[in-house]
Design a binder for this molecule. Sequence first.
Ligand code: GDP
Ligand code: MN
Length: 380
Amino acid sequence: MDLYEYQGKQYFARFGIPTSPGGVADTVDEAVEQADAAGYPVVVKAQVKVGGRGKAGGVKLADNADEVRLHAGNILGLDIKGHVVKRLWVEHASDIAKEYYASFTLDRPAKLHLGMLSAEGGVEIEEVAVTNPDAIAKLHVDPIVGLDEATALDWVKRAELDPAAQERAASLLVKLYRCYTEGDCDLAEINPLILTPEGKVHALDAKVTLDENATFRHPEWEEFGDDSEVDPREKMAKEKGLNYIGLSGTVGIIANGAGLAMSTLDVVTQVGGAAANFLDIGGGANADVMAAALEVINADPAVKAIFVNIFGGITRVDEVAKGIIEALSRVDLSSPVVMRLDGTNAEEGRALLASHLSDRLIAEPTMLDAAHRAVALAQA
Ligand code: GDP
Ligand code: MN
């Protein structure tokens, strides 16, 4: 889950990473209130989950309330790379002596955390990586060992941050590492990390991606759950407790087990179709789960055919068949369903379904046959 800048800064603050005082505003009047509270000059910033806001006119300095009115009015409603600005962050403006870049993310092949630090911040780091890769000092951190101040200080010196910034930057980086690890982030990035003329070091921007696999140990993440930029299909699936990912094709997929669901996407692609979703209903696919799955897929207007791919293991196919029959009586489907049922008690399951088959509920003997049929129906 990506956070807005203001949420990222709130998250940073929990780990003692310094940021500027400020507040959110959804209207021009609120922006002026927040500016008055933060103290002038202020910076008015678009809150959208996309980078390059500065270049797009979404970050403006204001010396007084009139300027805040002007900029807030212009930025609210602005379209930045397809994201319409509905909320602003207004903070006390900082004097900038130097702009740096700092981030932590996971280096999967290395099986280590990766810190990136550069004295050339403010600009897009991808640009620095291309034009001047040596300006990015990398640091691999073993999660078992962690990051201490001495190592951070060496890193800061290697990145050639200004001497005046080094001590404070090292201490901030240790905090950023804690935020990234204990805070369960996939990414914690500060660009720019600034040095002020008074020698202070703090975060002027925040880009934080939380690892949703860790949601169970962060009840406080609830407050970050913002629906405005979420796929409505995924939102509905989440409410029903389903393991669903929206895709852009026309064949709705229901499978038991993540591996089989992935294979189902592959086989649909192989025969020339495109999946509308990934959906793993897991083991014990009873009528409630099947009905919920069918409801979510049925609500997707792009879906033209539904492919139910079940391989019974511990899950018995006759139970799944009962689930499908009951679910079909509850959900009024706008697309035909093609089923492939195999594995434990498949014979019993198919027998139960035999009297329900029609041109809207089709059984095929193999996964490949079912994929061909579903794709043909979706393209008809
Ligand atoms: P981004 O363009 O979406 O990455 O937004 P940033 O928050 O990084 O802001 C873009 C640029 O605006 C920064 O690199 C700074 O140069 C400038 N900026 C942001 N906040 C301040 C501030 O408090 N004071 C000054 N002088 N410039 C700022
Ligand atoms: Mn930035």
